[in-house]
Design a protein. Structure first.
Length: 288
């Protein structure tokens, strides 16, 4: 992988661009309606969990966590490289959503429906289908368990055009396209919205800074957590992100600049990258 990628070189299927575009609630709603095949009135994005979501710091994930007006929960992830055990990955994501709901005090009987959706730039099951939908059913009778969980795999390598809506096929062809082909006119309003969002993101200095910081985090992850640079540089990166959210209290600024533990500073940087406010960051560091 190119270690010096620039924001202008990214396509929709690149993780950072995917996350940056899909946190737009209207774009996310349009996508979910198309993927699931049912009308959705409203979607709320859990932004603090979407751009960089790392339960128990198991690594960096860039996916979309959302819920609709019926409290149905959705986890959407882009998959460019073919990976094994996608089924177990889906099981883990479903369990994460359920546990978060139960930890808020909800009884399990009130658990809402949940969808885990993978957008795959490959055929995960080699059956040449654009969409694979999985639900828990009885092998002997075909009866549904009715547990409310659904896993959907979308593939850019499908060939069953007659069985899939045209707008979904256009979207998946757009996902598969290279950088040049992804800018052409697909004669589709939804894709046009995505293209406009990508152009706006690529022209944003703030998004460029966030992308550069994320690349640093990913390099640290790939290096097995080995520190990159001096503590001062890491602390200044944290402050750079926080300053986008508002004035940084002097006491907080002093504490960050004086921190010498590189592991703690890395966690600060991850927290700052997805914080929606200074208050959210200050609350988060109390749990580090």
């Amino acid at each position: 992988m190119n270690q010096n990628r620039k924001l202008a070189q990214l396509m929709f299927k690149d993780n950072f661009m995917f996350g940056a575009v899909m946190v737009n609630e209207e774009i996310c709603r349009n996508f979910l309606e198309m993927a699931v095949g049912i009308p959705i009135e409203k979607v709320e994005i859990s932004k603090e969990k979407s751009m960089i979501y790392h339960p128990e710091y198991r690594g960096i994930r860039l996916d979309i966590i959302a819920r609709d007006e019926k409290s149905t929960h959705y986890n959407v992830e882009m998959q460019v490289a073919k990976k094994s055990h996608l089924g177990k990955r889906a099981r883990y994501y479903h369990s994460q959503m359920d546990m978060e709901l139960l930890l808020t005090g909800e009884d399990y009987t009130l658990l809402p429906a949940s969808y885990v959706i993978f957008i795959c730039d490959f055929d995960p099951f080699d059956k040449k289908r654009y969409r694979y939908i999985f639900q828990n059913v009885c092998r002997e009778t075909g009866l549904s368990m009715a547990d409310g969980s659904t896993t959907i795999f979308l593939s850019t390598c499908g060939e069953n055009e007659a069985e899939v809506p045209e707008n979904l096929i256009k979207f998946l062809k757009f996902v598969k396209a290279d950088l040049t082909d992804s800018t052409r006119d697909y004669q589709d309003d939804f894709i046009r919205k995505i293209q406009e969002s990508i152009a706006k993101i690529k022209g944003s200095r703030e998004m460029e800074e966030k992308f550069m910081l994320l690349e640093e985090l990913l390099r640290d992850e790939r290096a097995g957590g080995e520190t990159k640079g001096l503590a001062k540089g890491k602390a200044e990166s944290v402050l750079l992100l926080l300053e986008d959210l508002g004035p940084v209290p002097d006491e907080l600024r002093k504490a960050i600049l004086e921190e010498q533990d590189m592991d703690i500073l890395s966690k600060y940087l991850k927290l700052a990258a997805h914080a929606g406010s200074i208050a959210y960051f200050m609350d988060g560091i109390n749990h580090i």
